[in-house]
Design a protein around this ligand. Structure first.
Ligand code: LLP
Length: 430
């Protein structure tokens, strides 16, 4: 919202004050928003009959966020030893953590085992051997899920029912690898088979893609029971619930999505003649994405005349592809506004670009900003809470921006801003 001075406020804090105190660019998280989305997911999926909701830490992770989501009743899904360390430092009990990764190192496996991680999702035959070995040595019986590929790839609105085998994740149901993995696990006393994991994709707006996936998982579950006498107690359907980045993005309401997915799974299990396993989900983006805003300061304004006489104004900000790679990497779209003041300026065809040495360094490809934007103005880019800081880099030796939580007019440092000294400290010759 805007305050009486016309400046954007996040969590009750004026964006100009945020920049004055923590420098620009800055990632700001509306703490109340993130917490309420986490609670909303927990409530919606619990009411729909799911047993567990994990927060997918890859979207964004710091100890503060790990605490917010666990206080909201969520578990946490980690995908590396580093993510696991953060979550443990936040004091999250091991049994509330689930670990992913298609190439977990022995050190990561040992860390997970000694931390008492509740579920480890296995992704390859190599890993089954490695994990059983480590668990055996440590005298632990580890609960595992097998990540399966069911040959359904969900995209935003449509889904492509294809044998999508040609990718690195999971063990294929169609090829028999998934069944073989379950067979091998059953023979290993250090591993206990808990169930299956199937993640369809990201930015999914409706439950359509889950129909086919649920049918295939249910059929596979039945075949495990009939052919191996193995019961799938748990079914984790991953994350991927989409959010609105720009006008026209229209994801299904959280509660409705939860109802639809859970009822589809139940229906498919009934159809297959099996009991519905306990259901688990792993949303990341939908919890933290909309809670985040990036504030940049405008540095230069450069009108460029295009062939057809149209003018596009390039507005350079003090960050770019190092703090938000999603536009360059996925062609992602974002909404941006002039944040530090109101303007009566005419809408001007604009492109918000960063300060890196690449022409593809674009933050917002096409937008309309007021024609009177000048250096020193602040711009706010919405819904940057997920996969921006977590995928950020130090390209061109730019220090990564701070992540600040704003709540009821107060601020707290979630991650401090990097300094050039932090970066130089890695170079023994510097
Ligand atoms: N569970 C598994 C096994 C996953 O692979 C992912 C995301 C999630 C849960 C969480 O998905 P979410 O609810 O956040 O969509 N960097 C990309 C997204 C990559 C997602 C990778 N896996 C982006 O910026 O859009």
């Amino acid at each position: 919202m805007r305050n009486s001075a016309g400046a954007l406020e996040i969590g009750g804090v004026d964006c100009r004050d945020l920049v004055a105190r923590y420098q620009s660019p800055i990632y700001v998280l509306d703490e109340a928003d993130a917490r309420s989305r986490a609670r909303g997911f927990r409530d919606a999926y619990e009411s729909a009959g799911a047993a567990t909701v994990y927060y997918a830490a890859k979207a964004f992770l710091a100890t503060a966020v790990a605490k917010w989501v666990t206080e909201a009743g969520l578990g946490i899904d980690v995908a590396s030893g580093g993510e696991l360390e953060v979550v443990l430092r936040a004091g999250v009990p091991g049994d509330q953590i689930l670990m992913h990764g298609n190439n977990k190192s022995m050190a990561e496996i040992e860390l997970a085992l000694t931390a008492g991680v509740g579920r480890i999702v296995v992704d390859s035959f190599d890993e089954i051997v490695r994990l059983a070995d480590a668990a055996g040595r440590l005298g632990i019986v580890q609960q595992v899920l097998v990540r399966v590929t069911v040959g359904v790839e969900a995209h935003t609105h449509e889904f492509i029912a294809t044998a999508h085998e040609d990718q690195k994740f999971g063990l294929s149901v169609a090829s028999g690898d998934a069944a073989e993995a379950v067979r091998r696990i059953a023979k290993l006393p250090a591993l206990a088979f808990a169930g299956l994991h199937s993640h369809l994709g990201s930015q999914i707006f409706d439950a359509a893609g889950f129909n086919e996936a649920a049918a295939r998982v249910a059929a596979f579950t039945r075949s495990l029971r009939d052919e191996q006498g193995v019961i799938v107690r748990e079914l984790n359907l991953g994350g991927g619930m989409g959010i609105a980045y720009v006008d026209g993005d229209d994801p299904l309401d959280v509660a409705e999505m939860a109802r639809q997915i859970c009822s589809v799974v139940r229906a498919e299990c009934d159809q297959a003649g099996i009991e519905t396993p306990e259901l688990a989900f792993e949303p990341g983006r939908a919890i933290i994405g909309p809670a985040g805003v990036t504030i940049y300061e405008v540095g230069t304004v450069k009108p460029i005349e295009l062939d057809d006489g149209i003018v596009r104004t390039y507005i350079s900000v003090d960050g770019g592809m190092s703090d938000n790679i999603r536009t360059a990497l996925y062609g992602a779209q974002y909404s941006v506004v002039l944040a530090s003041r109101l303007s009566a300026g005419e809408p001007m065809l604009s492109r918000v670009v960063g300060k890196h040495c690449e022409s593809g360094d674009i933050v917002v490809r096409d937008t309309w900003l007021p024609a009177d934007v000048v250096p020193g103005d602040l711009l706010a880019v919405a819904a940057t809470g997920a996969y921006c800081r977590s995928m950020s880099s130090n390209y061109n030796y730019l220090p990564r921006p701070a992540v600040i939580a704003a709540h009821a007019g107060n601020t707290a440092v979630v991650l401090r801003r990097e300094t050039t000294e932090d970066l130089l400290a890695l170079d023994p010759g510097a």
